[in-house]
Design a protein around this ligand. Structure first.
Ligand code: PGA
Length: 260
């Protein structure tokens, strides 16, 4: 049976109160419906709202994730949050290398690698976000970009430690634009990524199949066709994860597909 991971990246939205309400509405929707079977659902609230969401997640089968972590384990890094802190508060996942972090906060490769190393040494599963810009796509540099972003991590860390890493393919031109990759475009990229993971020895057998999520304008309308693709194992959802109803509809679509 296929297993899907549907992750809601709330970015810099919600307050503690609205975060607790959103998590509760999602949890209620999952409990009320057998339609969520076979799907792991993870919520990524802003750091300050994790304590408000944690009790809801603990009481249900929702997982929780952090949107970022520091490249250092501890110390004099004002404003930063370490992997250890993320782990201690009960996060199962941490996003690393989201394009907004790479572009707006100029996170460099050295930091990304350091963050992944800290995460794989903890119990928190890193979700490594990769993806090409529109310019890179238009100048036929998509595959080179994805390969470089993967190689940064997978040539530096032994394969034995990297099988837990989840990849999120998020074409930058599709994030928050309302223009998702077509199912064919997304599948092509996911197959390329999986092939490269195989080449790097990360993915050696079906039992070790890496999770590769698609992100970028996923919503209730386009989720089914995207999730049907052979190499798409779930979705990382921004805008459409801020409303319980639209987010739950994606979860239900994924659940339906686990049965087919
Ligand atoms: P979006 O964001 O669904 O709003 O496009 C996805 C993401 O940034 O993870």
């Amino acid at each position: 049976m296929r297993k899907y991971l549907i992750a809601g990246n709330w970015k810099m939205n919600t307050t503690a109160d609205t975060a607790a309400k959103l998590a509760t509405d999602i949890a209620d929707g999952l409990v009320a419906s057998p339609k969520s079977e076979g799907v792991e659902v993870a919520l990524f609230p802003p750091f300050t709202n994790i304590p408000a969401v944690a009790p809801v997640c603990r009481a249900t089968k929702l997982a929780m994730g952090a949107q970022n972590c520091s490249h250092e384990p501890y110390g004099a890094y004002t404003g930063e949050i370490s992997v250890e802190m993320v782990e201690a508060i009960g996060c199962r996942y941490v996003l690393i290398g989201h394009s907004e972090r790479r572009q707006i906060y100029r996170e460099n490769n050295e930091w990304l690698l350091a963050k992944i190393k800290l995460a794989v040494a903890s119990t928190v599963t890193p979700i490594l976000c990769i993806g090409e810009t529109l310019e890179q796509r238009q100048t036929n540099r998509t595959w080179q970009t994805l390969q470089d972003q993967l190689d940064l991590i997978f040539t530096a860390i032994p394969a034995s430690q990297t099988s837990r890493i989840v990849i999120a393919y998020e074409p930058v031109w599709a994030i928050g634009t309302g223009v998702a990759a077509t199912p064919e475009e997304a599948q092509e990229a996911h197959a390329f990524i999986r092939g490269h993971l195989e080449y790097r020895g990360v993915e050696q057998s079906l039992h070790q199949r890496s999770m590769i999520l698609y992100g970028g304008s996923v919503n209730a309308e386009n989720a089914q066709l995207l999730l049907q693709q052979a190499d798409i194992d779930g979705a990382l959802i921004g805008g459409a994860s801020l409303k319980a109803e639209s987010f739950l509809r994606v979860v239900y679509e994924a659940s339906e597909l686990t049965k087919s």
